[in-house]
Design a protein around this ligand. Structure first.
Ligand code: F0G
Length: 403
């Protein structure tokens, strides 16, 4: 486990989230030779597709007890109807909303909670715009740990709140944004002895990188040309890049996608860096967007994601709330995929690029849909036609349909 800035090594058997010398983020570096040796004797491709198919590429002890809900192995759905509309040759959606708690967070959480148990932690915590808290609550219950989640008051979608409460977490509403809540969580970890499972925890990223392995495997070893992905705190985009880069460095694949990070216009500090060429992040003080999952003004992983996107040869840009909602509706009506608003942001970014003529239409494109639409019933209902009420007769139905 090394600092991404100064490279200082840190003990993986201790709960640390930042470099003890310079305070920067930590990452797990893979020992390539050891990984190659494990792969050589391994039977990875014969196992069912899931996070733990890739166990040899994940930093958990050989004898560790794994806490799993069978996460990962999510469908890579070929979207021909949508592809035709956009004039794209090959379009896929990686629907990570089909994970056990309905978002990609489960990939990181199974590894994070397994690590928490290795470290002997009894209480876990996170700040969350909703999905992390739902996922953490579920896995903490599974592992018999106590769970404390901090959420921005009034800004968490109903389904996610119900999940965190139902799974037995202590849910705390903070008067402020996600960024304020994360600030409190980070400060409290030392003092209160709780293990932090936000994406600043590098083991979360390790679990999430498996989505990139899966995409390569699902495309029979030919990675896409472009990967569109929403950016909030910046962990998932960095995780995908880590996965693609590791698979390439191990020789499993011989190319990688260009990553296009998509942010909501009202919460877009990373996209702003790309637009202005700035080399440090200026936080957005009052982030706002209908996609509450990515309503984040001060992404903790900005350095990781900016690096990842640049290394891939990509960039980050914005979409409006209107574009997000239109993409959400399109995905639901044309492809049968019900994503929450943040889970449609990547598609909104793709549609915008296609309309601007910025994409070679013969490209193979994957959009990541990060969370299920059932998470946020309020937004779905507010943009749909209300059910009509009729008498229970054939006549009434006929008349209504005529109308
Ligand atoms: N999509 C969804 C559905 C999310 O819940 C999140 C983040 C993202 C995208 C962005 O991913 O932060 O790794 O860049 N949700 C976090 C949470 C912040 O608390 O649930 P990121």
């Amino acid at each position: 486990m090394r600092c991404i800035e100064c490279g200082k090594a840190h003990d993986m058997a201790k709960p640390v989230y930042a470099c003890s010398s310079c305070g920067n983020l930590l990452e797990i570096r893979m020992d390539r030779a050891a990984a190659l040796a494990r792969l050589a004797k391994g039977d990875l491709q014969r196992r069912p597709i899931s996070v733990w198919r890739y166990r040899e590429l994940l930093p958990v002890g050989a004898n560790s007890k794994i806490f799993s809900l069978n996460e990962g192995g999510t469908p890579l759905i070929r979207c021909d109807a949508l592809g035709r509309e956009l004039g794209l040759r090959e379009l896929y959606v990686k629907f990570d909303g089909t994970n056990p708690t309905g978002s990609f967070k489960d990939r990181g959480m199974t590894v994070g909670i397994t690590k928490a148990a290795e470290l002997g932690m009894k209480v876990v915590t996170c700040a969350s715009t909703g999905n992390t808290s739902a996922s953490l609550a579920a896995y903490a219950g599974l592992a018999g740990m106590k769970c404390v989640v901090l959420i921005p008051e009034g800004k968490v979608a109903l389904g996610k709140l119900a999940q965190a409460m139902m799974h037995g977490a202590l849910v705390v509403s903070v008067k402020g944004s996600f960024d304020d809540a994360l600030d409190v969580v980070m400060k409290s970890s030392d003092k209160l002895g709780m293990y932090v499972l936000n994406s600043v925890n590098p083991f979360r990223i390790e679990g999430q990188k498996t989505a990139a392995f899966e995409i390569c495997d699902q495309l029979n070893g030919s990675p896409p040309d472009y990967l569109y992905i929403p950016v909030g705190n910046g962990g998932n985009s960095a995780a995908y890049w880590k996965g693609f880069a590791e698979y390439e460095s191990l020789g499993v694949v011989s190319s990688h996608p260009i990553i296009r990070g998509i942010q909501a216009e009202g919460s877009a500090p990373v996209a702003k860096m790309f637009a202005t060429g700035a080399d440090t992040l200026t936080p957005v003080k009052k982030p706002d967007t209908v996609a509450t999952a990515i309503r984040i003004g001060n992404p903790a992983n900005w350095k990781k994601t900016v690096r990842a996107i640049k290394e891939s040869g990509g960039s980050a840009s914005t979409v409006t709330d209107g574009e997000i909602l239109a993409a959400q509706k399109k995905l639901a009506t044309v492809q049968g995929i019900f994503a929450e608003p943040a889970g449609a942001a990547a598609l909104a970014g793709l549609i915008k690029d296609v309309r601007a003529g910025e994409l070679d239409k013969s490209s193979r494109v994957v959009c990541v849909s990060t969370g299920h639409g059932l998470k946020d019933p309020d937004v779905a209902i507010s943009q749909s036609v209300k059910p009509k009420v009729i008498d229970a007769t054939l006549d009434a139905l006929g008349k209504m349909l005529e109308g």
